[in-house]
Design a protein around this ligand. Structure first.
Ligand SMILES: O=C(O)CCC(=O)C(=O)O
Length: 282
C-alpha cells in the first residue's frame, strides 16, 4: 500500500456555460498533473450553477460529456480524478453525483449525495435541494493504491454517522466535493473538516468552487486539507486556485495507535432503549 499521496484541489470559478466549465476543469487538471498530482479533485457542481432551476438543464445521464472528459483525462494523464459532482439524470430523477476515475480512465466509484441540503437560516442562507434532487442511498468507499478512500458530498459531511461508518470500513481519507456558503462557511466549514478528521483519525479533503459574488449562491471557497490530528495542512482563500498538498498517510495508523479512540469505543453501551435489546440504531 502506498503511503505518500499528492492531491491537487481545483478550486475553480464556475460560470453559466457548461462546456466552458468542463474546459476550465480540464485545463486546471492538466496544470495539477504537471505539478505532480497523483489525485486531482474538483468541487461540487463544477459544471453547473448551484441553483435548483439549473440542475436538470445542466444535468447529464450516465456517461455524459462531463464524465467522458474526466475519464479521458484520467487515462491520458494517468492520474486519479475525484470528479467533484454533476447533476446526474436517471429517469425522472436528478442526483448530485460524484464519479471517481482511475489512471486507466475507468470509473471506479459513484457517490450520490445522501443528505439533501434543505436549510433556512434566519437572516442568512436558504436552499431546498429536495425541490429538484433525489437522495442517494449508499455509502461510498473505494479501493486505491493508498488503501480505502471514502466519498461524501457537502452536506453529507455534517452527519457524523456517515464518516464513522466509513472509518470503521477502514478508510484513510474522506474526499468531500462541497460548496458551503457565506452563512455556514465562516461558521462551520473548517470546524467540520477538522472535527470529522479528529473523530475518525483520518484525512479530510474539502474542495469548493471559487467565490463568485455575482451568483445567486455564493460559495465560501476555502478548500481545505486536515490531517488525523486535526491540523489544517492547507486552506485556500476565496479565489481560483489549484492547491497541491502531499500527505503522509501513515499518520492515520500512528495517531490511531497513540490515541486509541476508535478501538476504545463502548459499542456495548451505545444504544437507546433497554440494555441488551438494541431497538434504535445510532
Ligand atoms: O452544510 C452546509 O452548510 C452547506 C451544505 C451545502 O452547501 C450543500 O450541501 O451543497
Amino acid at each position: 500500500m502506498k503511503n505518500t499521496l499528492t492531491v491537487a484541489q481545483v478550486q475553480m470559478q464556475v460560470v453559466r456555460n457548461k462546456a466552458e466549465n468542463i474546459a476550465s476543469a480540464c485545463r486546471l487538471i492538466r496544470r495539477a498533473a504537471a505539478q505532480g498530482a497523483e489525485l486531482v479533485m474538483l468541487p461540487e457542481m463544477f459544471c453547473c450553477p448551484y441553483e435548483n432551476s439549473a440542475f436538470r438543464p445542466y444535468g447529464e445521464t450516465f456517461g455524459g460529456p462531463a464524465q467522458q472528459a474526466l475519464s479521458a483525462l484520467a487515462g491520458e494523464k494517468k492520474i486519479w480524478i475525484v470528479g467533484g459532482s454533476v447533476p446526474e439524470l436517471e429517469g425522472e430523477r436528478v442526483y448530485n453525483t460524484c464519479f471517481v476515475y482511475n489512471p486507466g480512465g475507468q470509473q471506479v466509484a459513484r457517490h450520490r449525495k445522501m443528505h439533501l441540503f434543505d436549510i433556512r437560516v434566519e437572516g442568512g442562507q436558504s436552499f431546498r435541494e429536495s425541490d429538484t434532487l433525489s437522495p442517494g442511498n449508499d455509502i461510498t468507499v473505494f479501493d486505491s493504491p493508498w488503501g480505502k478512500l471514502g466519498l461524501c458530498i457537502c452536506f453529507d459531511l455534517r452527519f457524523e454517522e456517515l464518516a464513522r461508518v466509513m472509518a470503521l470500513q477502514g478508510v484513510r481519507a474522506i474526499f468531500v466535493p462541497a460548496a458551503f456558503n457565506m452563512t455556514t462557511g465562516p461558521a462551520h466549514w473548517e470546524l467540520l473538516f477538522r472535527q470529522r478528521a479528529v473523530d475518525n483519525q483520518l484525512f479530510t479533503f474539502g474542495t469548493s468552487p471559487a467565490r463568485n459574488e455575482q451568483e445567486t449562491y455564493v460559495a465560501w471557497g476555502h478548500s481545505i486539507v486536515c490531517d488525523p490530528w486535526g491540523t489544517v495542512l492547507h486552506q485556500c482563500g476565496a479565489g481560483e486556485e489549484v492547491a497541491v498538498t502531499t500527505v503522509d498517510l501513515t499518520r492515520v495508523e500512528a495517531v490511531r495507535q497513540q490515541l486509541p479512540i476508535l478501538s476504545a469505543r463502548r459499542e456495548d453501551v451505545y444504544f437507546i432503549g433497554q440494555k441488551g435489546k438494541k431497538d434504535c440504531a445510532i
